[in-house]
Structures are given as C-alpha cells and as structure tokens.
Design a protein around this ligand. Sequence first.
Ligand code: Z5A
Length: 210
Amino acid sequence: MNLRGKFITFEGSEGSGKSTHIQRLVRRLHAAGAETFVTREPGGTALGEEIRHLLLHHRSAIMSPETELLLFAAARAQLVREHILPALQSGQVVVCDRFLDSTTVYQGAARRLAAESVAAINHFAVGECRPDLTLVLDVPVEVSQSRVRTRGDGKADRIEREDGDFFRRVREGYLALAQAEPHRLAVFDSTRPPDEVESAIWKTLHERLA
Ligand code: Z5A
C-alpha cells in the first residue's frame, strides 16, 4: 500500500479513543515503512498552542460562538501552512487528531452557528487542503463522559463543561456528516475492544487508500 502524501484525520467525541488509535495506527504505519507527521488540533504550531490555551483554558469563560469559530479556524490556517502542506508535499503520511470536521460539528451542529458561515470560514482557513480519509470513532455520550471522568484530573476545560445535549448534537453531527460523505468518512464503534477497533481501522485504510 503506497500512502505517500496521504492525509488522515481522526474525529469523534472527547474520550472516544482518538489518541489511543493514532498511536496504534502510527506504529503500524512505521512498521509498514511509512514516514509520518502526527499533529493535533487545536494546536500543532507555537501560535496554535497559544490559541488552544485561549480556547480551552482561558480564565474568562465568556467567548461568543463566533469568536470560538474564528479562533479554531485561525489555529488551523497556521497548522495547514506551517506543517501539513509541507509534510504532504514531502511524501509523509499526515495523521491529525481533529481537523475541519470538528468545526463543522462542534461550532455548526452543536453550537448551532449557520452551516453556510461555518463552511465558508472552514474553506477560507484551509483552501483545498482536505483529508483523504477521516476515521470517526463513535461512542455514546455516557461512555465518552465516563472515560473522561476516569482518566481526568477533575478539571474540565471550557468545552468539556457543556451539557449532555451539546454532546448528543456532537455525536449526531458526526453521524450525519458520515452519511453525507461516505467516501471520505468511516465510522467505527469505539465501544469495541481497542484491538478490534485497531484492526478495523487498518483494514479500512487498505480498502480506501490502497
Ligand atoms: N474543538 C472544537 O470545538 N472545534 C474544533 O474545530 C476543534 C476542536 C479542532 C479539544 O479537546 C476540544 O476542542 C474538543 C473539541 C473542541 N472538546 N471537547 N469536548 P482535546 O484535544 O483536549 O481532547 P479531545 O479531542 O476531546 O479528546 P480526548 O479527550 O483527548 O480523548 P481521545 O483522544 O478521543 O481519547 P483517548 O485519550 O484515546 O481515550 C480516552 C480513554 O478511553 C483512555 O483512558 C483510553 O485508554 C480509553 N479507551 C480508548 N479506546 C477504548 C476502547 N475501545 N475501549 C475502552 N476504553 C478505551
């Protein structure tokens, strides 16, 4: 399988297993001889990490949805130009923990900003840089919240403090997106044991990107 210059993103609710499966996928990619560039959103650049701090941990919890949308887009615009495009051009496989679809789902479906505005800002931020494959890890809200509670330090960030309805809209948003773009997005039941999910992801990579 030749994955040179392919762009793979992971999406899903918090605690859905993105970090876990990025590590597992990267291990497999390296064993298969691929060079990888792994990054995350928001963040991945010096500027992006500062924006991440503003978005998730700023002392003042007051932030309008419009401001939030623009900050996520600003961090992404920097990441695309500083790292993602150069890495793809040099033939690396880029694996990103969240990308454009997070904004469509969190700021669009969950915050209920107008879909056309979100799409326009997304397009401005990334241009034509789109993932070749997006792996959506799906878990019910209760599972996601219980995993985060078990793992966490008890300090929820600004977005984690949203209520159950917000996270139900997030989950539904991802499932709707996967229905709308079945060739790019693949959904995995991430309540299954991690080894099973890992094998399913690897199989999908072969089927979709070979
Ligand atoms: N956000 C946004 O609103 N708009 C945007 O455009 C972007 C982001 C880009 C970033 O949070 C927040 O920003 C996020 C969306 C918003 N907010 N929320 N909520 P983050 O980067 O700090 O965290 P996260 O992306 O939400 O993910 P996470 O909390 O780090 O979780 P994860 O990486 O998906 O899960 P994990 O750490 O791999 O696994 C969680 C635990 O579950 C861990 O103990 C694992 O061992 C366990 N696990 C994983 N898989 C399994 C299975 N299969 N079975 C059992 N246990 C498992």
